[in-house]
Unconditional design. Structure first.
Length: 380
């Protein structure tokens, strides 16, 4: 039934017995920069490549500042702390996301609140968010927003740009501003993606990017906080280095900090990858367009970038007619050596989050039964 799909995907990745979902490409200065880093002996969190990598991300995204972290999850955890999220607070987010989004919220002691997504963007729905806040938000005299039903402060909102496709982030930021709720963008998957010509992660108070091994740019593991707020950026850098007070020899720390600084070794890899980012995106967008044309002649629906958006097409996505067809497709393709994956299990269905406050989720539930990701690596 799906043999023609497998044949087409294999034609895009010739000489591959097994086609991964998204594998890294090392075609530039990776080895040269890694060797330089090793020769310098600065392989840990101090070294020139960390600063260069931060500057490269800030320049590329248009953010005023960038702070390197050990991974995207910890970048999100720290960003939530910087935004004011604390124990027993609530953070508004979407159920269709990778577990790291919800875990980072839990690390702060807060609870995620799950709000529905859009079919078009696959990310947080501004309409669903607005409806939720109209029903449950209580903006009090202290300038903070509370959940009328639970009594807990709603101290942040975390939309996620799913599979690299931008959410309607301008509407989300505008809605949250009415309720004094800061927005922290989970842009882990969307390096290179733009909404209305502005890079994802730069609309909210803070944004984060991931450089995991399966991302469009990888440092092996790594993450970045981006922000236009100098005060928060300075504090982020301080906290990622164990909140150590600068001194020639004394070990003084002025608050609880974190060992979250990205090593120089990883940053060297990241710098080489950043030099190739434009070509990576061009390749991935060409692949997405070829997929779109191919699947337009089938009964399967290919997910294209939303209006007003420029997507990096991190993971190309199909929508099946129902869960049965999804599972049949997944079984067939994987047996044929073509890696495909469903969407993540909805966060509210996981045992550790199933008791969290939750809105109605008809679109997220519909998508979770139908989404399939297909091979999306840069084609050589």
């Amino acid at each position: 039934m799906f043999e023609h799909v497998v044949d087409y995907i294999k034609s895009r990745y010739p000489q591959k017995d097994f086609i991964a979902l998204h594998e890294p490409r090392f075609m530039g200065n990776e080895k040269a920069y890694l060797n330089d880093c090793i020769d310098s002996t600065f392989v840990s969190s101090v070294g020139k490549y960390v600063t260069q990598f931060e500057n490269a991300i800030a320049n590329y995204t248009g953010a005023k500042r960038a702070i390197a972290c050990v991974n995207g999850t910890e970048a999100l955890h720290l960003s939530l702390r910087l935004a004011g999220v604390r124990d027993n607070h609530e953070v508004l987010t979407q159920p269709l996301t990778f577990i790291a989004t919800a875990n980072a919220i839990a690390y702060t002691g807060a609870s995620p609140v799950f709000i529905d997504v859009d079919k078009q963007t696959l990310g947080l729905s501004p309409q669903a968010l607005n409806a939720f806040l109209q029903e449950f938000a209580d903006l009090r005299d202290d300038g903070k927003c509370y959940n009328r039903k639970t009594g807990r402060m709603m101290s942040a909102c975390v939309p996620m740009h799913t599979f690299g496709h931008p959410v309607r982030i301008d509407e989300i930021v505008e809605i949250c501003a009415k309720y004094s709720i800061p927005v922290v963008e989970d842009s882990a998957e969307s390096l290179g993606s733009r909404f209305k010509s502005e890079h994802t992660g730069t609309f909210g108070l803070l944004g984060i990017i991931s450089f995991n091994g399966n991302k469009i740019v990888t440092t092996g593991g790594g993450g970045m906080i981006i922000t236009n707020n100098d005060k928060l950026a300075d504090l982020a850098k301080h906290l990622t280095t164990q909140a150590k007070v600068p001194h020639p020899w004394e070990f003084n720390h002025d608050q609880i900090g974190y060992n979250y600084r990205l090593p120089n070794l990883n940053s060297a890899l990241g710098m080489a990858q950043m030099e190739q980012l434009d070509s990576f995106i061009a390749s991935k967008r060409k692949l997405a367009e070829d997929y779109r044309i191919f699947f337009s002649k089938t009964d399967l629906t290919f997910v294209s970038e939303p209006p007003d958006s420029y997507s990096n097409y991190w993971l190309n996505t199909l929508i099946m007619k129902d869960r049965s067809e999804r599972d049949t497709f997944l079984d067939f393709t994987n047996k044929k050596g073509v890696m495909t994956r469903p969407a993540w299990t909805l966060m509210n269905r996981l045992p550790m989050f199933q008791d969290c406050f939750c809105a109605e989720l008809p679109v997220a539930e519909w998508l979770s039964d139908r989404i399939v990701n297909i091979p999306s690596s840069v084609t050589n």
